[in-house]
Structures are given as C-alpha cells and as structure tokens.
Design a protein around this ligand. Structure first.
Ligand code: GRF
Length: 209
C-alpha cells in the first residue's frame, strides 16, 4: 500500500526536496509525495516541485473568507490525492485546528532550533539563528515535531544538534542547521509512513468519526 504525502510550503522548499528525493530514491519505500501546496506564488519550492515531477498548487489565503475555510480547502485537496501524512516544510502560516482535526497526529513540522528554545510567533528564518547567537548559546540544532494548535509545539519526534562556532553569523549557523534538517526530516517521515502502514488507517481520521 503506497502512503500519500502532502507538503505545505511558503519558500525555498529545500526540506520538501529532501523528503521528495528520499521517497523517489527508495529510502522511504512505498510512499509518494502527491501534492505540494504553497500559500505564495513564485516561490522556489514550486520550481523544485516541477523539477521533481511533483504536482503543485498555489492557494492564496486572501481568496478565502477566513482561515477555517482556507484550511478546509487544503484538507480537501490533500484528501482528493489520498494524502495521509502532511509535512510542513517552511510553511509560514499557523495551521488551523480544522486541518489538525482532519489529520490528527499526522502533521509534522521542522523548526531550526532545539525546541522549546527560540520558537513561537514571529520566530522563523534568520530570526531564530539571531536569537541563538544573541543568547550566546554554544549549540543549536533542529527539531521535527507533531503539529498541534500552538506554534512550534507538539510532541518532539527527533532533534539533531550542531555546535555554534566562534565567528558564526546567522547565515553560517543556518547553513549548518539546514544540513541536519535535510538529514533528519526524511528519517522521521520514513518512520511515520511505516507506522501508518502498520496501523492500516491511511485516512488520518480516528475511528471515532
Ligand atoms: C527551515 O529552516 C525550516 O526549519 C523552517 O523553515 C525553513 C524552510 O526552509 N521551518 P526550506 O524552504 O525547506 O528551504
């Protein structure tokens, strides 16, 4: 049984590419990245999707009456493609509870710090690494976690650590962390795909209806 994966992006999409390549070269067997949804047009992730032969869609939240309607549209597009696992890969909008209820325990996110540190509203991109350097941390890293209704919250599934080196800038630290992101995100996706297959419930919804 092939497990369908959906990815939500807002930017460059390098984590999406890491997951898609792991699927395509068989490191994540019997899975398929079926749809990438971006909230913005013209982003790098959409070019990567084209190059990787993955279908993509731009959904502009401004064209929906509210976030709930927007989330329901995302859920329905993923359902149409038989997606049973959703990966946030640099998706900058808060995930609304309606979508979480459609995919309980099956929405993952990656954050470029050792959660719970350097996280929360507004803490994305280089701001995270600026915060790490500002606090004079000696190490940083990245975290893959299950998404719940709070920013950068929810059970942690895997972390990787990197040292903060003398002379680091937000750019050099981000590059060191990103390399680890590309390593661990596909590992966690592979594990969850395996778990979904064992459970045999590809819908994502619990039996309680
Ligand atoms: C990554 O640093 C990720 O941890 C964060 O957003 C960034 C996305 O980068 N959530 P990319 O679009 O995957 O290249």
């Amino acid at each position: 049984m092939t497990i369908g994966i959906g990815v939500l992006v807002s930017g460059s999409g390098s984590n999406f590419e890491a997951i898609a390549r792991a699927v395509q070269d068989g490191r994540i067997p019997e899975a398929e990245v079926r749809l990438v949804i971006s909230n913005r047009p013209g982003v790098g992730a959409l070019d990567r999707a084209k190059d990787l032969g993955v279908e993509s869609l731009v959904l502009d939240p401004a064209l929906f009456p509210d976030r709930k309607a927007y989330s329901m549209k995302i859920a329905s597009e993923f359902r149409k493609k038989g997606v049973s696992l959703v990966c946030l890969a640099g998706f900058l909008l808060k995930v609304e509870s309606g979508l979480i209820q459609q995919y309980p325990g099956r929405i993952l996110n990656i954050h470029p710090s050792l959660l719970p540190k350097h996280a929360g509203r507004g803490m994305f991109g280089h701001r995270v690494h600026e915060s790490v350097l500002g606090e004079r941390e000696t190490e940083s890293g990245c975290t893959v976690h299950v998404v719940d209704e709070e920013y950068d919250h929810g059970p942690v599934l895997m972390q990787a650590r990197v040292p903060v080196l003398p002379g680091d800038t937000p750019e050099t630290l981000a590059a060191r962390v990103l390399k680890e992101e590309h390593r661990i995100y596909p590992l966690v996706v592979g594990r969850l795909v395996e778990q979904i297959r064992k459970e045999g419930n590809t819908s994502g919804r619990s039996g309680r209806g």
